[in-house]
Design a protein around this ligand. Structure first.
Ligand code: GRF
Length: 201
């Protein structure tokens, strides 16, 4: 059974989508550990309710590398094969990237490479984009810039506020992330340069 580790900082609705997919058998693995860098993050309760072990590892007062070394250690102890960032609000250092080479995924609420970084939905509205969406990508040293695994578009409506756009994108995220994880765990992809090929792989 493949083992997934999930890193969170907050609400954990994507974590919930992964938990449900694992329960329903469509994830291709089980969630072995949830790590939060924020004490009391709501996602920790979701994990506990699902009977998943949790760790809270605050980053304050430690270097990024020190903190990532601690996280890597916990993930390795839990026998994790794949790491999913799910609303994890920290840049990951080489320490974590080297511990899980090409084995860290992230979900981002825009069609990358448009609108990387914080407040992607606000960025799309402010830019006047007509279409935005969600992206699952492999994590590399640059911000939100690794090879793209799956994307889905979401139209920006005239009546949209940041809140309404965020919730429509979130619905897509909850479908997209479990599918992306299943592709990786099932080894149903090939990486060719920056392109992640999934057809017939
Ligand atoms: C999501 O919009 C995700 O794309 C972004 O942070 C948000 C996390 O939401 N990286 P949640 O904690 O999964 O509910």
């Amino acid at each position: 059974m493949n083992r997934v580790g999930v890193l969170i900082s907050g609400r954990g609705s994507n974590l919930q989508a992964l938990i449900e997919a694992a329960r329903g058998g469509s994830l291709g693995g089980q969630i072995a550990l949830v790590v939060s860098n924020v004490e009391g993050a709501a996602g920790l309760d979701r994990a506990r309710e699902a009977g998943i072990p949790t760790e809270t590892l605050p980053h304050q007062g430690r270097s990024r590398e020190e903190h990532d070394r601690e996280i890597s250690g916990k993930l390795q102890e839990a026998g994790v094969d794949l790491v999913c960032l799910a609303g994890y609000m920290r840049l990951v250092s080489r320490v974590l990237l080297e511990a899980f080479p090409a084995r860290i995924l992230n979900i981002h609420p825009s069609l990358l490479p448009a609108f990387p970084g914080l407040k992607a939905q606000r960025q799309a509205l402010d830019h006047g984009a007509k279409v935005t969406g969600a992206t699952v990508h492999f994590v590399t040293p640059g911000l939100d810039s690794g090879p793209i695994l799956l994307q889905e578009a979401v139209p920006v409506l005239d009546r949209d506020t940041e809140g309404s756009l965020t919730s429509r994108i979130l619905e897509v995220e909850h479908r997209l992330y479990p599918r992306a994880v299943a592709l990786v765990l099932g080894k149903k992809y090939r990486l060719v340069g920056r392109r992640v090929l999934t057809e017939g792989a």
